[in-house]
Design a protein around this ligand. Structure first.
Ligand SMILES: NC(=O)c1ccc[n+]([C@@H]2O[C@H](COP(=O)([O-])OP(=O)(O)OC[C@H]3O[C@@H](n4cnc5c(N)ncnc54)[C@H](OP(=O)(O)O)[C@@H]3O)[C@@H](O)[C@H]2O)c1
Length: 303
């Protein structure tokens, strides 16, 4: 297996120049290939629908006629297609032996068990494997806000990080290949919780005829920012299992359903808040009313 750096010093470019294949040129794969080209890397691209490579070829990419040819031209192979069925087809059926000695970085979304199975299959083909989660939309790739999570071979990550940096800030989350998708999905779960809270708040404010944008910028965003500062402490409680109250016990928080009552009175559905309220009530009913809210996690997952 190749765990040494595929990147080589290019005297002319004055930086690290690597030979990289990008398989899959949808919105994301195209952004990834463009970011590599912008850093001066030698990029070979392949897509099931070949016409989608035209713009990248104009930007300096070479277009391979087959997956195996693209892989053979590179040390580092980036895969970004719709799903793992596509990845399996490309790597096992189409690339096969050409993968030997390469490093595969699979940035296709999937489940942790998909990533672990893929790591084993790629290892059986003689290549090193990194799974990845992209915490960005295509327009953010290569910009300061893009974060990419990687898991799997730490040696491959260390060797290729200078190249992967073209996409955004890379964070290695562990040797278990399933950890990048696990962290990716966990971050999205947190994000959707925040968006759900925002929708409810926006509906309440709008139901009173107030402008949502002004409320959001002047009040909601600073409030959520301040509240997010409490998350590390809640996380420490979850890790330790000690939910001793630190100021706002749970029984006080669910003493009444003001949020639900006022919502309903104003013609706003409380269906986003209702599950959270129900969980907090259950935790109190279970005898934990004198504890902090973080203990609600025990109702979602038994340690
Ligand atoms: N876009 C985002 O905001 C975003 C953000 C984070 C992660 N992702 C992940 O990135 C991956 C790609 O997303 P995208 O936005 O690029 O999707 P997309 O624009 O819909 O492109 C899908 C790509 O997958 C290819 N493909 C689909 N099935 C295939 C198969 N069986 N064999 C070979 N190629 C196949 C398509 O080829 P054709 O061109 O031939 O159809 C195309 O290149 C997904 O896993 C997605 O979840 C996307």
């Amino acid at each position: 297996m190749s765990t040494t750096s595929a990147a080589s010093r290019d005297a002319d470019a004055g930086g690290v120049v690597a030979s990289v294949a990008v398989l899959g040129l949808g919105a994301m794969g195209t952004a990834l290939a463009d970011a590599l080209l912008a850093r001066g890397h030698r990029v070979t691209v392949w897509n099931r629908t070949p016409a989608k490579a035209a713009g990248l070829v104009e930007h300096g990419a070479r277009q391979a006629e087959s997956v195996a040819a693209a892989v053979a031209a590179a040390d580092l192979v980036i895969v970004c297609v719709l799903d793992y069925a596509g990845v399996t087809d490309l790597l096992e059926r189409q690339a096969g032996d050409a993968l030997k000695g390469r490093v595969v970085v699979n940035l296709t979304n999937g489940a942790p068990e998909d990533a672990r199975a893929m790591a084993e299959r790629v290892a059986a083909l003689g290549a090193d494997y990194l799974d990845g989660g992209i915490m960005a939309v295509p327009a953010m790739i290569g910009g300061p806000e893009a974060v990419l999570l990687y898991s799997g071979s730490s040696a491959a990550f260390t060797a290729h990080q200078p190249v992967l940096d073209a996409f955004g800030r890379g964070v290695f989350v562990g040797g278990d290949a399933g950890l990048a998708p696990l962290n990716d999905l966990s971050l999205l779960a947190g994000m959707y919780g925040m968006f759900g809270g925002f929708m409810h708040a926006a509906a309440l404010v709008r139901s009173a005829g107030r402008p949502v944008e002004e409320f959001t910028t002047t009040l909601l965003v600073p409030w959520l920012h301040a509240m997010s500062a409490s998350l590390p402490q809640m996380a420490a409680q979850i890790d330790s299992g000690d939910y001793s109250a630190t100021g706002s016990n749970l029984a006080m928080q669910v003493a009444n359903d003001s949020i639900g009552d006022v919502s309903r009175a104003q013609g706003v559905s409380a269906e986003l808040f209702a599950p959270m309220y129900a969980l907090m009530k259950r935790r109190v009913a279970d005898g934990h009313g004198d504890e902090d809210m973080a203990g609600v996690v025990e109702l979602l997952h038994k340690r």
